[in-house]
Design a protein around this ligand. Structure first.
Ligand SMILES: *Cc1c(COP(=O)(O)O)cnc(C)c1O
Length: 353
């Protein structure tokens, strides 16, 4: 086996998802709310008659039409659908995987940028964020772009796992300086204030990626990217036929017809985020960082102990300690329903007293 395997793949571990059965699950930025009962019933009716004996619409035209209205995709740009935005990150990497090509992002950020760079045999450069507030280090980023000439730059806006949205002017400067394509990853757009959709027409080397996962449809696996037809046409050549299955197409179309329901849930979560932020910061020794996403990063006195104590109490969050130095003793809490957040805060009070 070792003769034929790529050493960089042998050295990897498969993406680990911890078992969560019986847990209050606050580790993966899922929307905690169900669809209203009437919508669930309508979903059941539509799925019952979905033509699963046929291959799906290869273009996902119904979803694209729904996205255009529900999410205000700017006119004059094309959309490509992915089996989650993870698949689109992979397509982007495949698009540029010449020997020696580089993907650049910031650290810490979404782990799939680096993982997929490795899968595709690309160089990866991660420019450290400011250690105090996780803002972009613009000078260091521009210097790294100059030095490494990345084919692709990924910027999560807002960023995961830090929750902040980088300075938009700094991102614009990066787009202007980048020799290749810049992907602004707006996975958390529903909880944020700004979007780069409005800047697409200004920058030919900009594409904006989004997902419905954090908005409440994580189980459907539907991500998309918006850009000029030049980029989308090339990406579409790499997309496997029928990557969006029939059931996902039917369910997503229905959800997009009722986007106000999902947007309403996101608004509720934004309010909950504010109370969770206040409650975390009021705990002894805890510093919560401001967030424009549906999660909050917080530094605690001993993250691994707190994480394990929460786990004993059947509460699952994300422990970021042991990775990037700037995340020492940091935990990431997905914003839940008021009652979920109350359980977490009560447990933390016990653990930290
Ligand atoms: C969750 C997340 C994604 C992946 O979303 P899927 O569409 O579920 O694959 C992409 N980017 C960032 C920054 C994320 O946090």
């Amino acid at each position: 086996m070792t003769d034929i395997l790529r050493p960089e793949i042998s050295a990897l571990h498969a993406y680990h998802v911890p078992p969560a059965s019986g847990f209050l699950k606050l580790d993966a930025m899922e929307n905690p709310y169900d669809l209203p009962a009437e919508l669930q019933a309508e979903l059941g009716r539509r799925l019952a008659t979905a033509p699963i004996n046929r291959y799906p619409d290869p273009q996902g035209s119904g979803i694209k039409a729904g996205l255009k209205t529900a999410l205000a995709i700017p006119d004059g740009f094309e959309v490509l659908l992915g089996n989650g935005s993870d698949e689109i990150i992979q397509l982007l990497a495949m698009l540029v995987m010449k020997p020696g090509a580089t993907i650049l992002s910031v650290e810490p950020s979404f782990v799939m940028y680096k993982m997929i760079a490795t899968f595709c045999g690309l160089n990866y450069v991660g420019v450290p964020l400011d250690a105090d507030d996780f803002s972009l280090d613009l000078d260091a980023t521009l210097a790294a772009i100059q030095q490494h000439q990345p084919a692709l730059v990924f910027l999560a806006y807002p960023n995961n796992p830090t929750g902040n949205a980088f300075d938009a002017k700094a991102i614009e400067t990066i787009i202007e300086a980048a020799p290749g394509l810049v992907v602004v990853d707006e996975a958390y757009h529903a909880f944020a204030e700004d979007s780069f959709f409005s800047r697409l027409s200004r920058y030919p080397n900009l594409v904006v990626m989004r997902t419905l996962s954090k908005l409440g449809l994580a189980g459907l696996r539907l991500g998309f990217i918006v850009g000029s037809s030049q980029w989308i046409t090339e990406l579409d050549k790499l997309r496997l036929p029928y990557n969006i299955n029939v059931l996902t197409q039917v369910a997503t179309e229905l959800a997009l017809e009722h986007i106000d329901v999902l947007n309403g849930q996101a608004e509720t979560l934004k309010l909950e985020r504010a109370s969770l932020f206040g409650a975390l910061n009021a705990l002894p020794g805890v510093t919560a960082f401001p967030s424009q996403a549906n999660f909050i990063l917080a530094r605690v006195p001993d993250a691994t102990r707190v994480f394990n104590e929460l786990k004993t109490r059947k509460i699952l969050i994300k422990n970021l300690h042991g990775g990037a130095k700037v995340l020492d003793n940091c935990l990431r809490f997905t914003v839940g329903r008021p009652e979920d957040n109350a359980v977490v805060i009560a447990a933390l009070k016990e653990i930290l007293q």
